[in-house]
Design a binder for this molecule. Sequence first.
Ligand code: SF4
Ligand code: SF4
Length: 404
Amino acid sequence: MTGWVTDVHPTREELDACVHCGLCLPHCPTFRLTGNEAASPRGRITAMRAVNDGVLSVDEDFEEMLGFCLGCRACEAVCPGLVPYGRLFEGARAEIAAQRPTLVSSLRRRVLGRVLPTRRLVETGSGVVRILQKMRRLLPGAVGARLDGLRDLSDNPPSSLGRVAEPEGKPVATVGLLAGCVMDSWFGAVHHASIDLLRRAGYRVIVPRGQTCCGALAAHDGAAADAKRLAEVNRSAFAGVDIVVADAAGCSAHLADYRHWVDGGIDAETKDITVVIAEAIADGRLPTLEGDDPVVYQDPCHLRHAQRVTEEPRTIVRASGHRVTEIDPDGICCGAAGIYSVLRPRAAGELGTRKADQVRATGLTTVVSANPGCEMQLRTHLGDSYRVIHPVELYRERLLAESV
Ligand code: SF4
Ligand code: SF4
């Protein structure tokens, strides 16, 4: 069969924005790894256009070309034609899901679209992971290695769901915090730091119970119907707030693109936590602390490329009394990319090793990153002697230390 079958397929207008200039090629991690045009953004767009024109079908080669793509959107950030590559990628993945389903890929999409957004199931799964972490030394190498990137789940604070935090004076605005799928159970300390900083910055903060997973992982893997459903649920859950904030870069990038999944997007501004906190630091609602301790900052792709947010997390690191040490002028993906590191361990491992080598070359042992996937990938490739931390945690830690 040739052509598209879903209502989220890449469109002629989106595809025609590419003028084949090739400026994106040196910024693409998979092109850097292979040197192959077929593993480049231009090659992938050419293949999508051929499907659109009825010349190619959504076949095994097309699936491989799109399956090898990290969805990091580095190509989008440098494209002079403003090609919406992230949208094309999600549309093409939805076509692959619809036209080439297998038992394994359908089950995987079921997990991403149905299981991950079900809090009870995530909590049960997290309980199992907690037990496995305690048995770490008894586990076979490959299984144990998968756990090494995680935080110690027995240290995870209580859930933030349902919390309401009031500022001292009249609220600047009401913020709704996205709890996410695994953020609450695995990275709860990031939520607690976010809520406390938002409150100190003058916001009323609510974490609505009716919310669900943002749907980014489902959308990236082609589970379009689930991505739409999850966006609808969140649209209702966050009705009435002024700003919806996410403290995982992958989630804030997806919220910013909700208009592709639900009519009109979400009825509020959406922002990454680093943007809101940097704004509060800039206008003096939050203090800038003294100090010059160097730390490494790593750009998550979904902040740097998808949202073009680069300065704000660095502002937070500096306001924490730290000097920012750069590692990668091109912001090449660390290889985490949602579930990419599970599906494509070789390519992800190569990118993770390169990123870890860049960190090691600085001689520093603290790395700041604002995305859970990057954090786990960095920890996996750096090992226990390195500390990987979210910028809001770093800042709050220093604020608390100063107030003692
Ligand atoms: S995606 Fe953009 S940068 Fe890449 S070849 Fe097309 S027009 Fe050029
Ligand atoms: S999203 Fe990343 S891996 Fe995919 S084509 Fe663009 S730059 Fe390459």
